[in-house]
Design a protein around this ligand. Sequence first.
Ligand SMILES: [Zn+2]
Length: 344
Amino acid sequence: MKTLLPTSTAGSLPKPSWLAEPEKLWSPWKLTEQGLAEGKKDALRLSLQEQQHAGVDIVSDGEQTRQHFVTTFIEHLNGVDFEQRETVTIRNRYEASVPTVVGPVSRTKPVFVDDARFLRKQTNQPIKWALPGPMTMIDTLYDAHYKSREKLAWEFAKILNEEAKELEAAGVDIIQFDEPAFNVFFDDVNDWGIAALERAIEGLSCQTAVHICYGYGIKANTDWKKTLGSEWRQYEAVFPKLQQSNIDIISLECHNSHVPIELLSLIRGKKVMVGAIDVANHAIETPEEVANTLRNALKYVDADNLYPCTNCGMAPLPRDIANAKLSALSAGAAIVRKELETSR
Ligand SMILES: [Zn+2]
C-alpha cells in the first residue's frame, strides 16, 4: 500500500563529528584509509537510523560517503585534472578555484553503486539516491578540452546514465539529479539542459527526480537571495519545458522562500517534492508551519503527487537541528495526511 504524502530529504545530512568537521562544506575527512572506509559505512548506517527515527518514509544515504555533492562524483572520472586549477564564477554567484577538463571524460568504474547496495541491505524502505545533474557539473569546472558547455554536459549525461542504470540495478527506487544551475541559466536549460537530463535518465524504469533549489544556507547563497527581490520567479522560466519532460518528480524549495506557490501549477501532472523545511536557518519549524506549506502546495498539486521534503540538503547544519527539522517534517506531513484521509 502506498503511503500518502511520503516524506524524504533533498539529499545531504550532517556527518558525525568523528568523520568530518561539522557545519562545513568540503569538510576534510578525519579518518584515513581503512578507518575512513569503515567510518563512512558506519556514518551511513547512523544517518539512516536518524532518518528512520524521525519518521522519514523515503530514505537516503545522507550523502555520508561524499565530501561534496558535485566534486566527489567528478573526482572518480577520467579527463578531469584536479591539480590544474582555474578560477571561475560558479552559478554566476561566487568565484572558486576549480579543476580543469583536460581530455575526454569517462567513468572507469561505478562511483556510488557499492554504497547504494550497502544502503539497500539495511532497509526495505524506498531509497532515493542523489547524483549531480550535468549542467551543475559543468558549472563547477574549467573546460580546456570540449570548449562547449553543451558538449561537456552531454558527455556527463552519458556517464550519469551508466551510473544511474547501475544504481537502479542495486535497488534504488528514485534517482535524483541535483540541478541548482537550472535556477540560473534559463536559456541553456531550455536549449539543452533538460535534454541532457533526459539523456541521463534514458532507459531507466525506476522513478527519476530533478532537484532545483536556491542552495545551502551558506553566505554566497544568502547574499545572492537578497538580490532576487520579493518574488522569486526563476522556476517560471524552466517549469513549462520540465512539465513536458520525461522526469517523474520535481524537487523544489517552498518553505520560507519567496517562490510564488502558484508557479507549481506550471508543472501540473508531475510528482512534486515540496520543500517544507528551511535549510538556511537554525529555527525548527513547527509541525503546523510544515502543514501550512503543504496545504498551500495542495492547491496546485494533487495529493497523490505530493512528497513533503526539505528545501535543500542539510549537510552544513548542526546534527541535532537537522534531526529536529526532520521530525517536524514528519509531524507536519502527518497532520495533513490525517486531514486528507478524513476528507476522502
Ligand atoms: Zn538544493
